[in-house]
Design a protein around this ligand. Structure first.
Ligand code: ZN
Length: 218
């Protein structure tokens, strides 16, 4: 049984890593974002409770999110383990999660942190730009137009970068996230669950390292 949390800043490669983990270990991927959307669409009790906060522009309290996570983790489809995405974000939530997993007898087995230095993350995250004419998305590192300076889709020559993708905005976003991430890492370090992996490597090598940790568990 593998019950896992992946930690890492935006751009650290959590999405790619978790796809590969799910593929190999058949874990159930549990995203709090998806859970909220589903619960609200299905108008479940917790879903409606969450919606009442969101509609007023308020944050959903930890207790409500925790209820949703508990409901989800009690479902019978989690046979070979789970990978939690988007929860916990704070140590208060981590404490709540500990209570939940104890009650359900599905304790966390691993917390893996993907570490990438800030400079690399800024480069990765600020590489995105768009066509001014049609909005097609490109990436200076991974997806350039086939003909330099010409949009593949519409043939346009003018490009721009969204405000959110500009290096100074990206830097700020990373700092906010790092402030939340650091205490969580400490929390799980103390519990003896944390493994830090170098996320600056190729996605293949990152997965190899994760695989080495997880295959020890089985
Ligand atoms: Zn275009």
């Amino acid at each position: 049984m593998i019950n896992l949390i992946l930690l890492g800043l935006p751009g650290a490669g959590k999405g790619t890593a978790s796809e590969r983990i799910v593929d190999k270990y058949h874990l159930t991927h549990i995203s709090t974002g998806d859970m909220f959307r589903e619960a609200m669409a299905n108008k479940t009790k917790v879903g409606l409770e969450a919606k009442s906060y969101i509609d007023k522009g308020n944050l959903v309290p930890d207790e409500v999110t925790a209820k949703l996570v508990e409901e989800r983790l009690s479902q019978p489809d989690i046979k070979e383990g789970y990978i939690l995405d988007g929860f916990p974000r704070t140590t208060v939530q981590a404490e709540l999660l500990e209570g939940i997993t104890k009650r359900l007898k599905k304790p966390l087995t691993n917390v893996i942190a993907l570490e990438v230095d800030e400079e690399t993350l800024i480069k990765r995250l600020s590489a995105r730009y768009m066509c001014k004419n049609c909005g097609a998305t490109y990436n200076k590192i991974s997806k350039q137009p086939k003909v330099e300076g010409t949009c593949d889709r519409c043939g346009g020559h003018e490009f721009y970068q969204r405000e959110d993708d500009k290096p100074e905005v990206v830097k700020n976003r990373l700092e906010v996230n790092e402030k939340m991430n650091a205490p969580l890492k400490d929390f799980y370090q103390k519990k003896g669950l944390l493994t830090v992996i170098n996320g600056k490597q190729t996605p293949e090598k990152v997965f190899e390292d994760i695989d080495a940790v997880l295959s020890n568990n089985q």
